[in-house]
Every structure is written in C-alpha cells, then in structure tokens.
Ligand binder design. Structure first.
Ligand code: MCA
Length: 504
C-alpha cells in the first residue's frame, strides 16, 4: 500500500510549510505548516478531553476551518470522525448520535438548545462542545502541543470515518471507511486525474459528504495543492472566481453546473484554463455536457462513486470523455455487470447491476453484520444497487437504479424514510414518495397521499410536518392528494406507474 493519506499530508507539511493549503473566502491563508500545527494542537486537545482510538467524534458544523482541523485531528489520533449535515433536525441527529454511540459532539453554539432536548436519549454522549465557527480556532487550542503526542495510525483496516447512508428497508446505517480505503481511493484519483502540486482547487461542495470532503479536499491536500473554499455554493461568486484564472480544478454536482450554465445564459466564457472540471453524485444530463462545451469551452469529466466506496469509475483525463457515460474503472478498481437475480456476469451491452471490488471498498456497516453481508455478493463484490452496462471498449453507462432512491441536487433521499415521517401525520392513511424529473435538481421529492376518511390536511401543513422531522432537502417539494395508488396483485404500490401519472 502507498503511504497512507495522513502520512502524505504530514510529508507536505514538513516539505512545504509555507505553501498555502487552505483558504476560506475572506479568511486567512492557512499554510501547510500552520495546518500541521493546528491539527496537532487539536489532536492534543481531543486527547485531553479523553478521546481515544476508536471513539466516535461527531461534528455538526457549517463548512469552516474548525471542521477541517477537527476532522484531521480525530483521524490523526485514531478516533472515528462522523461528519453530520448541519440541516439535520433533532430527531435525525438523535438517531445518528445514539446509533454511533458518539462520545464527543462539536456543534455550533446555536444548536445548544437542540442538543439539550435530546441529551437524555444519548447516554454515550459524554461531552458536547459548542463553538462559534467564525471565531479563531487556532487561539482556542494555542495552549496545546503543536508536536504530535502519538504516531499516525498505521493499520489500514482501522476505521477513520463513519458516514451515514440511508437504505430502502432500514434506518440509516453507518458506513465504516478505513484509513486504507481513503488512501487507496485518493491514490487512484491522484493518478487518474493527474493531481499536481501547483493545482488550485475552487472548493464549492459541502464537506460533510465523501464528494466534498474526500474527493475534493483530501484530493487537494494529498497532492500538496491549494484549496480555496466557498462556505456555500454561490453560482455568481463561483463564476467570477473561475473567470479570474486562479483556479485549475473545480468539482461539482450537476445542480451546481446547471446553475453556472444558466447564469451564463447566452454569454460565452472561456474556462479552458481549468485543467479539470468534474461532475458527479448524480447523472450529468446530456444538454448540460454539450452546453458546457459551448458556453465554457470545457468538457466536463463525469465520474461515478458512492459513500461506501468513494470513486469507482471515471471518464479519462486524457482521451474521450463520453457523454452519458461514467467512464472506465479507476486504477485499482474492478467493476462488473451482473444479472441481479443470479449474480452471474453479463456480456457487454447488457444491462445489469454494477458491482465493485477494490481496496477502496468500505469494511462494513457499524454494528450491522446482517446489512453488511447483504451488501456483498458471495464472491465479495459490492452490490451498488445501480443498474448499468459495459460497452465493448470498457466504458460504463448507468441505466437507472435497482433500489428505490431519489437523487436531488446530488443528495440521496430514500423514499421509505420520507414515507415513515409522513405516516406519523394523523391525517395520512397511506403515502408513496417518488422522484419526479427536474431540470435544476435532477429529481424532486414528491409525495402522493391518501387521507384518512374525514381527515383534512393541506400541502403546506404536510411539508411543514416533514421539515420538523427531516432535513429540508428530504421534505417533499410537492404534495399531491390522491384517492388510490396503482398497485400490483400483492397490493404493492407501483411507483413507476405513479411517476407516469403524477410527474407530468
Ligand atoms: C438544498 N435544498 C435542497 C437541496 N439542497 N432540496 C433538495 N435537494 C437538495 N440537494 C433546499 C433548501 O433547503 C431550500 O429549501 C431550497 O432547497 C433552496 O435552497 P438553495 O439555497 O437554492 O439551495 P442551496 O443551499 O444552494 O443548495 C443547492 C446545492 C446543494 C448547492 C446544489 O444541495 C449541494 O451542495 N448539493 C451537493 C450535495 C453533495 O455534495 N452531494 C455529494 C454526496 P427551502 O427553500 O424550502 O428552505 S456524496 C455522493 O453522492 C457520492 C460519494 C458521489 O459520487 O459523490
């Protein structure tokens, strides 16, 4: 195995201490030397709080420097870092913290009240630290040692991060990502995408997901490159910055690319100085691929990944970036297409389930041996739940999903989770949640509801009800009241027919 990600980062910190590693817009430039010192101080701070190897450390923070320091510091001392979407309401947060038996939570000061309301449900949560993300973290840990107190983790099987993913049949599961997984994936992307030390990344993604945290931020740090961070995606600010020619890399989801493209309207911008602009987390629509070529003189590089693996397939840096295709297996990644019923490999051109193997594949779900076993075929391939085909020249194309999943703005929403929330409403007799195609978001969450006899509820009330229980992006954008659902002989709702009837 190549040097682990944290070793490579430490090497950059030693060899180029004055180089700019990370800068938030309007914030100070953090050099590699300063990054190393603050991460070490933060690690020492965590040790002083009693955090030990294997403990879960959760952060529910906006995109900010303290988040990055805490993330790297927790991994550095062998703890398991759990990033949480700041949009999670108390009910979801409570589940994640309880299930993971998190010992330490770091959150924004304004969350204090929310945590108090769920504290009794969280016997393992020994400490909650409320911070102001805009205050200088460096001064808060200045009393701690800038010299590492313990060696970096050396066991590639040791868990570095835990990321919750929902499922079609169960509550969200904590995917365990090891130091070896991170190292393998980042080394593979380094090679495939030609990461360079003089790259400057414009970082526009959230950092509580694999895409923004691992693929983009770790990617830049592993290369010894520089990352300029926007705290939230803003198409106008991003386009101004991109035109200023300081940047060489941008990674985004199709909704972001759509907003940039729409902002350009009928103007032309030459962004060809960017050597790499990627798109992922959802399918890149063909019109956007071609629109980008015409408007920005850029051919987007589409790739395919998932939380459990990081990146799997990618269009090439050099060579054909094929519209509608997610490209070829990345270095060190094996892919195959199988018949979902028999799990036997299918010939090129036939649609089946995409399965993946490699050192980047996660080690399992936290305390869910059954779910972990179900995630893999008998011969050890990860069942992605995505359908696709392999073309004779090795390019893969995705062709829908075997699982009931909606992707909106690059975020996964599992209909059963939304349906569970809806069923808690006293007026709802039955419901079905579907994804309707949407130009900007890819898909929109739409709920079809049958009301109980004599009960009344309107769309606004149902949406508000969901938003109290679910992160805003999971709440239905549209609520439609119907008298019945198309069902098969066993009474199961036929979602494909419902989509045909309701998506219009
Ligand atoms: C925000 N809203 C959303 C979403 N984001 N609704 C549905 N889907 C979303 N993704 C809601 C807001 O709560 C708000 O609701 C309304 O939409 C409009 O908000 P707006 O300000 O326009 O949105 P935004 O804050 O600008 O966010 C849009 C976004 C964001 C920038 C596209 O969703 C985003 O950063 N997406 C990237 C997600 C990502 O990183 N995915 C990677 C997952 P209201 O108006 O009702 O208040 S990792 C992964 O998938 C794998 C590993 C992979 O391959 O990458």
């Amino acid at each position: 195995m190549t040097n682990m990600f944290l070793d490579t980062l430490a090497k950059h910190c030693r060899c180029q201490p004055d180089k700019f590693a990370i800068q938030f817009v309007d914030g100070p430039r953090v050099t590699y030397g300063a990054l190393e010192a603050t991460v070490n101080r933060t690690a020492d701070f965590l040790l002083a709080l009693g955090i030990a190897r294997g403990d879960r450390v959760a952060a529910q923070l906006p995109k900010c420097l303290p988040f990055i320091y805490l993330h790297l510091a927790a991994m550095r001392i062998g703890a398991i870092f759990l990033p949480l979407n700041p949009a999670y309401p108390a009910t979801e947060l409570s589940y994640f913290l309880a299930d993971s038996e998190t010992r330490l939570l770091i959150a924004e000061g304004r969350k204090q009240h929310q945590i108090k309301t769920i504290q009794t449900e969280l016997p393992s949560l020994e400490q909650s630290l409320f911070i102001n993300p805009n205050e200088c973290w460096e001064s808060q840990v200045s009393a701690f040692s800038a010299k590492p107190k313990m060696p970096l983790p050396t066991d590639p099987n040791q868990t570095a991060m835990m990321l919750y993913t929902s499922g079609t049949t169960s509550r969200p599961k904590g995917a365990l990502i090891t130091h070896g997984n991170l190292t393998s994936n980042i080394a593979s992307l380094h090679e495939a995408w030609g990461w360079r030390q003089d790259d400057v990344l414009l970082h526009v993604l959230p950092i509580f997901h694999v895409h923004g945290l691992v693929v983009a931020l770790h990617g830049a740090l592993h290369a010894g490159a520089s990352a300029f961070m926007l705290p939230a995606f803003d198409a106008a600010a991003a386009l101004d910055l991109l035109c200023a020619k300081r940047f060489s890399v941008l990674m985004g989801v199709p909704t972001m690319h759509r907003r940039l493209y729409q902002l350009a309207s009928d103007r032309r911008f030459d962004l060809s100085h960017l050597r790499l602009m990627t798109s992922g987390s959802d399918r890149l629509p063909d019109d956007l691929f071609f629109g980008y070529q015409n408007t920005f003189n850029v051919t987007l590089l589409e790739r395919y990944g998932m939380t459990e693996t990081g990146m799997n397939l990618s269009n090439p840096l050099h060579g054909e970036r094929r519209v509608g295709s997610v490209g070829l297996p990345l270095p060190g990644v094996s892919a195959r297409i199988v018949d979902p019923a028999t799990e036997t490999p299918l010939p090129d051109g036939e649609v089946g389930e995409v399965q993946i193997k490699g050192a980047h594949v996660f080690k399992g779900y936290w305390r869910q041996p059954q779910k972990t076993a179900e995630a893999f075929s008998e011969d050890g391939w990860l069942r992605t739940g995505d359908m696709g085909l392999r073309e004779p020249d090795g390019y893969y194309t995705l062709k829908g999903r075997a699982k009931d999943l909606i992707i909106t703005g690059g975020l996964n929403v599992y209909p059963p989770e939304v349906e569970l929330a809806l069923m808690a409403h006293p007026a709802v007799a039955a419901c079905a949640v579907i994804g309707c195609p949407d130009d900007e978001w890819g898909e929109q969450v739409v709920a079809a509801i049958i009301l109980r006899d004599g009960a009344a509820a309107d769309e606004a009330e149902i949406r508000a009800f969901c938003r109290d229980r679910l992160a805003a992006y999971k709440a239905p954008r549209r609520v439609l009241f119907v008298d019945e659902f198309p069902a098969n002989a066993l009474g199961k709702v036929q979602k494909a027919k419902l989509r045909e009837a309701l998506c219009g």
